[in-house]
Ligand binder design. Structure first.
Ligand SMILES: Cc1cc2nc3c(=O)[nH]c(=O)nc-3n(C[C@H](O)[C@H](O)[C@H](O)COP(=O)(O)O)c2cc1C
Ligand code: SF4
Ligand code: SF4
Length: 304
């Protein structure tokens, strides 16, 4: 992409205040300032979404113009078991620190998405923060409704040069997808987010293990055996063999998460009409969710 690309234009048009007045800067220092600019905001809770955000609120009208989130999450990372004080210990005492970086990205993305889809806050400009390191992180935040992103930990760990990689990566991806402008994908994932009780219970998937890729480590078996539905073998005919027992698999995804080999375990949807060997019922084409399920006491009460 040329220098006039939407990503670069967005970076150029950003303004900020470091010391109360605007400064002319290079791209690097501009981004440095954006990293730090929200330090001057007041933390104010956003209703029903997050306690870890900052709002820009007009003091005359009281109208919230925008939100930026998330700030670090209060955390104690360790306790010294010799002096029984949190680490780092200062003169025998410790305090909470701020958890940030890649570990908080899932929390931050959920909060951004909640604001983007909540009826009260929908449409509010959002600046996404929390664990952004690579271009893909930025694109994901934007797909969930963030109009721009800020970075702190990654800049501290790798230096401001990572921003150039973010720009290049985002531009390459936008080119490959045919996006000319950022607003063509900002918020694009928001309509696909729902509350868990509205997920389609008639969408049935079963885990499948690629026997050629399997290294026979046994992690999937242990996870499923001890904490899920005992749906993965570990021995067949006296030989180590890991295979999904369809009659038991509930499609919980746990085995996919613990398998160390990428794409070795995949979740395969059953086509409508296919017999689900676990329930003995063909997969229904009708959408059904937990609010209507007979095992749900609230649904039963409502029907009575
Ligand atoms: C060392 C450090 C100091 C920070 N100081 C502030 C601060 O003074 N005010 C503020 O609002 N956020 C502060 N933050 C939070 C960051 O601006 C950012 O919201 C948070 O770290 C999450 O983003 P990240 O995962 O990219 O680091 C600080 C973060 C770090 C790591
Ligand atoms: S999806 Fe869940 S139930 Fe099915 S095999 Fe994997 S861990 Fe077991
Ligand atoms: S976790 Fe993956 S690699 Fe290990 S036994 Fe299971 S399927 Fe094979």
């Amino acid at each position: 992409m040329a220098d006039g690309s939407p990503v670069r234009q967005a970076m150029r048009s950003s303004s900020y205040s470091f010391t109360g007045r605007r400064r002319r800067t290079t791209t690097s220092s501009r981004l440095a300032a954006r990293v730090a600019c929200h330090e001057f905001s007041q933390p104010i809770p956003v209703p029903s979404a997050t306690r870890s955000s900052t709002r820009s609120t007009c003091s005359t009208t009281g109208i919230t113009a925008a939100v930026s989130l998330i700030n670090p999450i209060n955390s104690i990372t360790g306790v010294n078991l010799d002096n029984f004080a949190p680490e780092p210990t200062i003169d025998g005492k410790g305090s909470h620190g701020g958890y940030c970086g890649p570990a908080v990205k899932p929390i931050a993305m959920n909060m951004v998405a909640e604001i983007a889809r909540d009826g009260e806050t929908r449409g509010l400009p959002i600046s996404g923060i929390g664990g952004i390191t690579l271009w893909r992180d930025a694109a994901e935040f934007m797909a969930l409704g963030a109009g721009n992103v800020q970075i702190c930990t990654a800049a501290m760990a790798y230096g401001f040069k990572i921003v150039r990689e973010l720009i290049a990566g985002l531009e390459d991806w936008m080119d490959s997808q045919g996006y000319q402008r950022l607003d063509q994908f900002i918020g694009k994932a928001v309509p696909a987010i729902t509350d868990w009780q509205y997920l389609n219970l008639n969408f049935v998937t079963k885990a499948r293990i690629d026997q050629d890729a399997c290294i026979k480590c046994g992690r999937c078996h242990i996870a499923c055996e001890d904490t899920s539905h005992q749906a993965i073998t570990n021995m067949v005919d006296g030989v180590r063999h890991f295979e999904v027992i369809e009659e038991e698999c509930v499609g919980c995804n746990l085995c996919v998460n613990v398998c160390p080999v990428e794409n070795c375990i995949t979740m395969e949807p059953l086509a409508v009409g296919t017999l689900d060997k676990r329930t003995g019922i063909p997969v229904s084409p009708t959408y059904a969710n937990w609010t209507q399920h007979p095992n749900n006491p609230s649904a039963r009460q409502a029907a009575e």
